[in-house]
Design a binder for this molecule. Structure first.
Ligand code: F6R
Length: 261
């Protein structure tokens, strides 16, 4: 009689509990997040960062620019990769993420122009541009810190990895979730001009970073935060995939933390 051996394969990656830090005010969140980045940049000879845009990090960039002006930190050995950019969009459009980055950070500090990359919203073929961006990311062995926001309402997105994004997704073209498009159209002079899609780093790119710092402020983030931390790890809330990463810090103001009790 043949003995059949059953081998149990553990395909699910291990799950971790992110560290959650809660502050009374959005300003304290900005100061804390900026201080984490400054500390890392001061400690390392060279640092690679993945950075977000949106309303949430504006105060963080303000803190970083202030620290640079005061001589506390230099970005001359820092490489920056943005999470995402709308597609199609003229990078000179004031509502592009390229313009945002120049306005709030890149043009205000000593980062070398060729040490910053962001998907090109004017690329003719978004698939080719996604491939170019993947290759560009290979310029560094690993991202030291990926800073993230989280999508509003029930989107639960990170980058523009909307609902349905898979854990192994990489840089690619995605269509914006209708809820994302509605909220973000407010940042376009003519709301209907918001592009229907974006090029975004994927979930796998984000999870490859050494450390992840997710920042969330305000009521519109309560569902996403609570669902990410306490719900199933599933594609209906892509931020829940962060629990597959061992070094995640989630920085919240009181409002974003409301549903955590
Ligand atoms: C932007 C990005 C998005 C935003 C998120 C939150 O580069 O990747 O995931 O972080 O939509 O946006 P705000 O901060 O405007 O609420």
């Amino acid at each position: 009689m043949n003995k059949i051996e059953y081998r149990v394969e553990h395909k699910d990656p291990p799950v971790f509990t992110p560290e959650v830090v809660i502050f009374d005010s959005p300003e304290e969140v900005d100061r804390y997040a900026a201080s984490c980045l400054i500390k890392k940049i001061q400690e390392e000879k060279a640092t690679a960062l993945t950075l977000p845009t949106g309303t949430t990090p504006i105060g963080i960039y303000r803190q970083l620019v202030e620290a640079y002006s005061q001589g506390t930190v230099s970005f001359s050995k820092v490489r920056v990769f943005n999470l995402d950019e709308y597609w199609p969009i003229d990078p000179n459009n004031p509502s592009s993420y390229t313009s945002y980055m120049k306005q709030h950070f890149i043009d205000l500090v000593d980062i070398k122009r060729d040490s910053w990359d962001i998907p090109n919203g004017a690329a003719i073929d978004p698939n080719k541009e996604s491939h170019r961006y993947e290759e560009s990311l290979k310029a560094v062995p690993q991202i030291d810190i990926a800073v993230l926001g989280i999508g509003p309402g029930r989107t639960g997105h990170i980058g523009f990895n909307e609902k349905g994004s898979l854990v192994n997704s990489r840089t690619r073209y995605v269509e914006l979730d209708p809820e994302t498009a509605t909220v973000n159209s407010n940042f376009f002079q003519i709301p209907q001009d918001i592009p229907r899609g974006a090029i975004t780093q994927g979930i796998a790119n984000i999870l490859e970073a050494k450390n992840i710092l997710l920042v969330a402020k305000g009521q519109s983030k309560t569902w996403g935060i609570s669902r990410s931390l306490n719900g199933p790890i599933y594609s209906d809330c892509p931020a829940s995939y962060l629990r597959y990463h061992p070094n995640v810090v989630i920085v919240l103001d009181r409002q974003a933390a409301t549903s955590l009790g």
